[in-house]
Structure formats: C-alpha cells, structure tokens
Design a protein around this ligand. Structure first.
Ligand code: PMT
Length: 406
C-alpha cells in the first residue's frame, strides 16, 4: 500500500486534509456523525460514502448537513458526476476512514469484493485506509471476523482495535467503536513523516512535588504541556515513547507509555532505569532542585512557629545522565531562564554534557510555564537558533526536526 504523505512540517492538525469517510450499517453510525462534526470543526474536508445498511441507521441528509458535501452511496446513480465516483472519490482524498466497520463490510473487504460503492472505492484507492470495527463482542471475537481483520492488516489497511465496555446491545466486552481521540491521533500520524520510526525516546514532563508535611509541598508552575507536546508529536512521527510525568492535569497522550511520579527522587529513579535503552532522552520536566530536609508526619501547626524551611539538594538528573549516558544516544536538556538566556543555555550544555539545550524565558506571558505557546532558543555545540513564538506542539515538532540534524 503506497501511502501518500504530505510534505513539510508535521501537521499538528487535520486542517485542509481531505477525508473520505465510509459509514456502514452499525448502530455506531450515529457516533460517526459526531466524528464528521469533529473533523469539520478542525477544517478537514469530509466526503461521506454510506452503505445501504448505514442509511437504515442514520439518514444521508444528516451526513450531508454535517459534512457540507453531497453524500455518495449508490454505485449506479444517475447523476453524471457520480458515474465514475468509485474512481474519482479516492483520487480526491488524502485518507479513507471506514467507521463504524461492520463484520459484513470487513468480510467483503477481506475478500476484495466490489459489490457496492464503498467496497469498490476501497479497491480503487491509492491512499491510506483506516478501518474501525464496531460490533457485538461475540461477533468481534468470532474466528471468521478475527481472520478477516488479520487479512485487512495484511492488505496494509490500518485497523484501529475496538474498545471494550458496554455495547448498544447491553452486553459488556470488546467491540465498541474506539474513542474519537484515538482515531484522530491515527489520522494525524498518517500525515506525519515517520522520521522518528524505531527511536526509543524517554521524555520527562511536569513539576515534582517535595512534601513538607501531609498537607504541604514545594513545587513549581510547570503544567506538563511542553513535555506532553513532545511526547505526542514524537509518537505521531513513529517513535516508541515513554513519558515520565510529575503530577499534572493533562490526559496521558495516546500511543505513549506514561509513568506517573511525584518527587524528584522518584523521577530520578525512573529515568535512570529507562536511560540505558533510550536512543533519545529529553528532560522537559521542572525538577525541584531542593526538598525539605525533614518530612513532618503530622501537619505543622501555626502555634509551633513556622519561619523557615531547611532544604537539601535533590539529585541533578540531567547532570547524572550527562555523565552516564550510552554512547550514540542523544541527551536534550531544557533551561528555564529569566535572563542571559543564550549564555545560560550554553553554560548548561557544556556543564551537563548535553547535545542540545532548549532555552525558554519564564518571564514572558506567552512563554515557559503553563501557557499554550513557547518561544525557545535551541543551543547545540555548533550554533544557537531562535525559534519564533509557536504553539508548544509546533515548538515540539521543530525540536524534533532539529534533533534529527544532530
Ligand atoms: O510544563 P510547562 O508548563 O509546559 O512549562 C514548560 C517548562 C517551562 C517547564 C519547560 O519548557 C522547561 O523549561 N523545563 C525545564 C525547567 C527546569 O527545571 O529548568 P532548569 O533550568 O531549572 O533545569 C535545567 C535542566 O535540568 C532541565 O532539563 C531539567 O529537567 C533538569 N534538571 C533540573 C533539576 C534537577 N534536579 N534535575 C534535572 O534533571
């Protein structure tokens, strides 16, 4: 299956992408209507093909209204522009998404049948095809269905495994249409150059918390957004990503192994354990440099008088990685600076023996902690490169682009 890929920077959205959306006769067709809405709100261009059975669940008018385009279903339609629809539709699309995909449609595609418009388009298509099975658990686990799904994978189609949970028929088990976010990630990844394919990448994100007593801790303003954007974008570009995250209010990125930690000590232990097998380590976490010398097992009372906190240093994980890293691996640090940005970045590059330091200004209202954007300086052994103000996701893609030049 020769995938067509868009050139240029990895897109962080589906804007402008032409999605040919096949809908088949499952009760989950109503969810597909919501997915069309999700796509059009992201400025994707959606054209829907329905099987006859799909129209028994949701009307073509619904999909026409949501997509803003005519809906195709009949192979032998009268209108002239539809005469060659089975050829032209896929030529004018970037990806074919079939959701929900019934057991019947899956079996027809596995045999290469062309008995309706959708199955004929599949055979004529030269674009990536994503299939989302949805059916009753017994049907989904039936050997015939399993064989057909395996066959689709052999044909190079991207099958998104069904979800588990309560089904429309009231039974529990696998066979549910997956969550939209998972399918969206799959679609975005299809348009990303897989230039990090096979790379084992460890990323740290978020703050750490150093407890003082059962109620209080030392921490910082890191939200994890920068590190999570790095993890999400690396996974889309084919990397095998492990994210070691301090406590944040973000959902774990799809397709990423996320390990939650709280203290700098725990982050230190996890990262050192993972570092031996990593090709690239990116330290975006805001690790607390200090922790209270004493942990009070009871909540400190005001009456006890509380005027100072004795602290001691936490391990410098980046510095230790710089001393111990595997030959051939890459080590990327971040620098949260309020002044002398480039000089401080270069000092840390040398002092910590890193290959790249990403410097961000924590005083700006649109850069650094807990904002959606960042404006960083990339400092490596040869040069410094100032990036413009970008979303953290686009900043992450630029960081990966730069890492690939090292
Ligand atoms: O999470 P967000 O809200 O999106 O904010 C993003 C960010 C500002 C946290 C991020 O872009 C960033 O700058 N992270 C590094 C913050 C930090 O700790 O910078 P630093 O200059 O204090 O530390 C330098 C480097 O040493 C960092 O890679 C840090 O992970 C590492 N470090 C620091 C202390 C320590 N004990 N161990 C470490 O490994």
């Amino acid at each position: 299956m020769d995938d067509e890929r868009s050139g240029g920077l990895s897109p962080t959205s589906l804007s402008g992408k032409r999605i040919l959306f096949g809908v088949t006769g499952s009760i989950a067709a109503y969810k597909a209507a919501g997915w069309v809405r999700e796509l059009t709100t992201r400025s994707a261009l959606v054209t829907v093909i329905m099987t006859a059975a799909a129209k028994r669940f949701v009307s073509a008018m619904t999909f026409g209204a949501l997509s803003g385009n005519r809906v195709y279903s009949d192979m032998f339609a009268e209108q002239p522009e539809e005469l060659m629809a089975h050829i032209t539709l896929s030529r004018e699309a970037d990806v074919l998404l079939i959701a929900p995909a019934t057991a019947h449609t899956i079996s027809r595609l596995a045999c290469g049948m062309a008995d309706d418009l959708l199955s004929t388009v599949v055979l004529a298509a030269k674009i990536p095809i994503v299939v989302c099975p949805a059916m009753n658990t017994a049907m989904y686990s039936h050997p015939a269905t399993r064989q057909n799904i395996d066959r689709l994978r052999e044909l190079g189609y991207h099958v998104v495994p069904a979800d588990s949970g309560e089904l429309a028929c009231g039974e529990e088990g696998s066979g549910r249409l997956p969550e939209w976010e998972i399918v969206q990630e799959k679609l975005i990844a299809l348009f990303c150059p897989q230039d990090l394919l096979g790379k084992r990448i460890v990323i740290t994100a978020g703050p750490t918390r150093e407890s003082l007593d059962p109620a209080r801790y030392l921490s910082n303003r890191s939200s994890g957004k920068m590190g999570y954007a790095l993890a999400r974008t690396a996974a889309r570009r084919g990397a095998e990503v492990t994210l070691v995250s301090g406590p944040v209010a973000l959902a774990a990125p799809h397709g990423v192994t996320t390990i939650q930690v709280v203290t700098a000590q725990q982050m230190h232990a996890q990262v050192l354990e993972l570092s031996g097998a990593a090709d690239i380590i990116v330290k975006a976490a805001a690790v607390s440099d200090f922790k209270p010398t004493t942990y009070r097992s009871q909540k400190i009372k005001k009456a006890q008088g509380f005027t100072s906190i004795a602290v001691e240093e936490n391990p410098d994980i980046l510095a230790e990685l710089g001393r111990k890293r595997r030959k051939g691996s890459l080590l990327i640090g971040f620098a949260a600076e309020s002044r002398n940005h480039e000089a401080e970045g270069r000092r840390k590059l040398l002092q910590k023996k890193a290959d790249l330091v990403v410097v961000n200004d924590i005083m700006g209202s649109k850069t650094g902690f807990d904002v959606e954007t960042n404006q960083v300086i990339l400092v490596d052994a040869e040069k410094s490169k100032q990036l413009p103000l970008l979303s953290k996701e686009e900043t992450a893609n630029r960081i990966w682009d730069h890492i690939l030049t090292l």
